[in-house]
Design a protein around this ligand. Structure first.
Ligand code: NAI
Length: 416
């Protein structure tokens, strides 16, 4: 699809930032600590905005920050002429039309790792809670029932934890579990360096057969959909426990219910569901409700004060780095380029349609002006190319104007 060239209005300080949905104040602090290159004028609002409200609010805004409730549509992106970049102060990015943002030359960033520790700690607490049937005992005492039992209650020391998906969360979990005296096995589709004494298992089946606790930390993909169903649950040890704080589609809930009712599994801790309510006011139903030794939580794995603060810092840092240098490392919809700033040079950024000959046209413009390119980095994806160019001579305004006139150009910006 072709996108008409769009000259963005000249970006002069202050950079206008609009933060919606009660983004943590750490974001504002972070923008302010990056004020050595640009000054930021930051507006915060507590709520999400509907499409038309968003379009009006984006007038003149360079940086938009949202959480999960603001839908950023292709129409909103088309009309946001000043918008340079967009930050999702959360993990998910499906509230944004990423393809449209890519075509408009707007990189979108998120915070994939700020809540890693929070999820790992929740799982550790649940491993112990399941092993001691804490959920049931607490419920009973609240109801006036005194059931002091030791039967089928265990220490976790010496037990085996099997981690499926040894990424950021899986690895963090493996380290903490080992400190509790657990034996840790993991299975991942990619070969991963083990932490501490954690051990890689050759297959999912082998991990399921060996583990007292199985904890899932895989992404939602076609391969992980229904990854744990009847056959996999049958491979788990009798009395073992299943924990899922990854994505709801990974476990076949009716099969899990059967495994719990039959007593094959000793319990489960579930934080994510195939279908989840949109808001805290919606009622929620799952077949898992009411089953003994089953801990159900409302997708709170990453929901801590620390994680919110870390998300505010992480996303504001990558947004301000993009404003200051054009770096797109970590953007979810954009070619990745990160060129350290070079003193005494003049930097231009250009986003263009990914067709042959664009670089040749741009370099000709520079040489026609008798300028020298100090450094140049280009990265492409299927639709667009993204170029950072550092020039020795201060001809940026003219180079930028001429590049912007190229039929292939989508956006051009002088950074400094
Ligand atoms: P990550 O990307 O760092 O790690 C995922 C790991 O799973 C990778 O090592 C990958 O190679 C592996 N993997 C992918 N497909 C696999 C398969 N078929 N079998 C085995 N391993 C496979 O992700 P991270 O940050 O550790 O997050 C893991 C999950 O936790 C994600 O689904 C994420 O959405 C979820 N999550 C849930 C939260 C909550 O509130 N409950 C909060 C944060 C993340």
């Amino acid at each position: 699809m072709t996108t008409p060239a769009q000259a963005i209005p000249p970006v002069r300080d202050p950079i206008r930032v609009l933060l919606l949905e009660n983004v943590h104040p750490s974001a504002r602090e972070t923008f302010q600590t990056h004020a050595e290159t640009h000054t930021y004028q930051i507006e915060t609002r507590s709520t999400a905005l509907k499409e038309d409200e968003l379009i009006a609010a984006l007038e003149g805004v360079h940086v938009l920050g949202i959480r999960s409730k603001t839908r950023v549509t292709a129409r909103a992106l088309e009309s946001a002429r000043s918008l340079l970049t967009l930050g999702c102060f959360c993990i998910g990015t499906n509230q944004v039309d990423l393809d449209a943002a890519n075509r408009r030359g707007v990189p979108v960033f998120n915070a994939p790792f700020s809540n890693t520790r929070s999820v790992a700690e929740l799982i550790i607490s649940e491993i112990i809670a399941l092993s001691r049937q804490l959920g049931d005992r607490s419920r009973e005492v609240h109801a006036g029932v005194w059931k002091k039992v030791a039967s089928s209650c265990y220490e976790v020391r010496g037990k085996t934890l099997g981690i499926v998906g040894y990424g950021h969360i899986g690895r963090q979990l493996g380290v903490i579990a080992e400190a509790l005296g657990m034996r840790v096995y993991y299975h991942d589709v990619i070969s991963k360096l083990p932490m501490g004494n954690n051990r890689s298992m050759p297959s999912l089946a082998a991990l399921l057969a060996e583990s007292d606790f199985v904890s899932l930390h895989v992404p939602e993909t076609a391969e992980t959909k229904n990854m744990i169903g009847e056959a996999e649950l049958a491979k788990m040890k009798r009395g073992a426990y299943l924990l899922n704080a990854s994505r709801g589609t990974v476990v076949v809930i009716p099969a899990l219910v059967d495994a719990l009712k039959s007593g094959h599994l000793g319990g489960a801790a579930i934080d994510v569901y195939p279908e989840e309510p949109e808001s805290n006011t919606d009622r929620f139903r799952t077949e898992l409700q009411g089953l003994p030794n089953v801990i159900l939580t409302p997708h709170i794995g990453g929901s801590t004060e620390e994680a919110q603060e870390a998300i505010g810092r992480e996303v504001a840092a990558v947004l301000s780095k993009f404003v200051a240098t054009g770096a797109t490392s970590g953007a979810v919809n954009f070619p990745q380029v990160d060129l350290p700033p070079l003193k005494g040079t003049h930097r231009i950024l250009n986003v263009h349609r990914n067709v042959p000959g664009v670089l040749r046209d741009m370099n000709r413009i520079v040489s026609d002006l008798n300028a020298n390119i100090d450094s140049q980095v280009l990265s492409t994806d299927a639709q667009i190319g993204y170029l950072i160019m550092d020039l020795e001579q201060d001809v940026s305004a003219e180079v930028s104007r001429r590049i912007d006139e190229l039929e292939t150009s989508i956006r051009t910006r002088i950074v400094y």
